[in-house]
Design a binder for this molecule. Structure first.
Ligand code: SF4
Ligand code: SF4
Length: 104
């Protein structure tokens, strides 16, 4: 690779923001949630890492209760790993639903 090509690929102008990347995702929304949160367990959770780790801001705390806006989910799996209390029940969306990453 020549220096010019390397520079073009790594230039700041070519870097996509999170919003740009989310624009490249198509979602077919299901009517049934593929995420369930055991909110009783969340009451004892100090970190509430699900609110921080999810790139799609799927989790929200409303009046002290953690809720999942499953339609936002990008199926990255991070919440399943980060919630060490096991309060998140997560399944793949039903066939034909969920995200499609346009660039693979
Ligand atoms: S990390 Fe798990 S236990 Fe903690 S608030 Fe989120 S879902 Fe609940
Ligand atoms: S799988 Fe990823 S995008 Fe979906 S809710 Fe969990 S952290 Fe958010």
């Amino acid at each position: 690779m020549t220096n010019n090509k390397k520079t073009a690929l790594h230039s700041p102008e070519k870097q996509l923001t999170l919003e740009d990347k989310l624009f490249l995702v198509k979602t077919k929304k299901d009517t049934v949630s593929h995420i369930k949160v055991n909110s009783k367990m969340c009451k004892h959770c100090a970190s509430k890492m699900c609110l921080i780790v999810c790139p799609a801001k799927t989790y929200e705390e409303r009046k002290g209760v953690i809720e999942a806006n499953y339609e936002n989910c990008l199926e990255c799996g991070s919440c399943r790993v980060i919630c060490t209390d096991g309060a998140i029940e997560w399944e793949n969306p039903r066939g034909g639903f969920g995200v499609t990453f346009i660039n693979g």
